[in-house]
Design a protein around this ligand. Structure first.
Ligand SMILES: [Fe+2]
Length: 457
């Protein structure tokens, strides 16, 4: 059985303080063209006394580094001030809307849209808006235009300025597609009927379709009332299927049944020249236990699904059989054909979870991958056995730069220093020396998702 404390030890260990540091030491050179913030969200529980703690349920803490003028101007880490987090700090709650009494310190992603910096989470609660320096402004329902909860993962179509999300909530008999326009207002919602209350962590977007993943991890009242770590379980009775929701017209979803599997994350998707939809994603094969995060049936592979709405088929190709997660593309190319993708190796997590107490610092990931999907090649950036690295994001060198003309950045934990670095790699020299290594004053625990947010946006 997994160690019940597995998400509280090693590189998961929460930090206990909020830190502010200026003009950070750097090895190498911070690219002068990078002006903005790299922000990353993740769970960081306050207090360590929860016997049922699951990684997904810790209060959100956003870690950020501001880059400008070729320097690392500051590092900050701040808890998102939900009611509970504000109370724990002896502070007044900033106040604001709450959906279904589900206030929560959003812990999963951090994005910017329409001038707002938003910490996001799924399954009911609203996002929280943050200030430039990561102070909490309050919950955000997009000026009162969002009818329900929101989502952790969003997709921005850079051509239209539309931000897309799929909201799910255990008490609904549907999931809800939400479009937020470039002014930051919800302009359209579409309810899509589903059975069993499926978890829909991520989705994909193309020029023509919203791609829905209705997979067999569903809400369980039994698990909720039994005090299990998470109220979502593998449900062998739930038919796995992929859905194509047309973006432009109010047509019905085209559902296509598939074999049982689980997907947390899509790399990207696009429409091909034959009317098919191509989705690249990280796939957990067969059943998946979300409460232990145990991939029981081999590594989480990078796969390509080709969905043919006319034929009603989904064909699958293996792109890379190494265990990997947190796939990302250049955010500017979301919904269009991509060539490059980045992901983090997670081959060790299965071993670590199956050996109770063996959650050492090398147990999650110590390498990043750069996939060239046109050439079918992958480069591996290894940070050494003692390091751990999570999701990497791409920052273009200029707004109109080519897809791989820019930088790949990630927090890398260095146990020798008991602290983390922000490592900035050249995308075109992925295995070479880092362009810059920003030495942070403390640890950044392994977390979830982040964004490079240029000040010009
Ligand atoms: Fe995610």
């Amino acid at each position: 059985m997994p160690d019940p404390d597995r998400f509280l030890v090693g590189s998961f260990t929460p930090v206990t303080e909020e830190v502010t540091a200026y003009d950070l030491p750097v090895t190498g050179r911070v690219p002068a063209e990078l002006t903005g913030r790299y922000l990353r969200n993740g769970p960081n529980p306050i207090g360590l006394d929860d016997p049922h703690y699951h990684w997904f349920l810790g209060a959100g803490m956003v870690h950020g580094v501001a880059l400008r003028d070729g320097k690392a101007a500051w590092y900050r880490n701040r808890w998102v001030r939900s009611k509970a987090v504000a109370a724990a700090h002896g502070e007044p709650w900033p106040g604001g809307p709450v959906h279904a009494n589900m206030d929560f310190a959003a812990n999963t992603h951090v994005i910017a849209h329409a001038g707002r910096t938003l910490a996001t989470v799924e399954a009911g609660p609203l996002p929280y808006q943050l200030g430039y320096e990561l102070d909490t402004i309050g919950p955000c329902d997009f000026g009162g235009t969002l009818p329900g909860g929101f989502a952790a993962h969003t997709k921005l179509d850079h051509r239209t300025g539309e931000l897309h999300a799929i909201a799910y909530f255990w008490a609904w008999d549907h999931v809800q597609h939400v479009i937020v326009d470039r002014a930051g207002l919800v302009t359209r919602t579409t309810d899509i009927p589903v059975a069993d209350g499926p978890m829909m962590h991520d989705f994909a977007l193309t020029s023509r379709y919203v791609v829905l993943l209705d997979l067999p991890v569903t809400f369980s009242l039994n698990a909720a009332t039994a005090g299990k770590e998470l109220p979502y379980v593998w449900n062998p009775h739930h038919q796995a299927r992929v859905g194509l929701l047309p973006r432009q017209q109010s047509g019905n979803v085209r559902w296509i049944e598939i074999e049982p599997c689980w997907v947390f994350h899509c790399l990207n998707a696009y429409d091909d020249e034959n009317g098919r939809v191509v989705v690249d994603l990280c796939q957990y094969h067969d059943s998946f236990d979300v409460s232990t995060l145990w991939a029981a049936h081999g590594p989480v592979t990078l796969d390509r699904w080709i969905i043919d709405p006319a034929a009603g088929t989904v064909s699958q190709q293996r792109l890379d059989d190494r265990g990997q997660e947190f796939p990302r593309v250049d955010d500017r190319i979301v919904s269009e054909r991509h060539r490059y993708g980045y992901s983090a190796v997670i081959g060790e997590i299965t071993r670590a979870i199956t050996v109770a107490g063996d959650f050492s610092d090398d147990a999650f990931a110590n390498a990043l991958l750069r996939h060239d999907l046109a050439r079918g090649t992958t480069e591996t950036r290894d940070f050494g056995r003692e390091a751990t690295v999570g999701e990497a994001v791409f920052a273009p060198s200029a707004p109109d730069a080519a897809e791989d003309d820019g930088y790949v950045m990630a927090f890398v934990h260095n146990p020798r220093r008991s602290a983390s670095d922000l490592v900035i790699l050249s995308a075109q020299d992925f295995t070479g020396e880092p362009v810059a290594t920003v030495h942070l004053p403390g640890r950044v625990p392994l977390g979830f998702h982040g964004s490079w947010l240029p000040d010009s946006h």
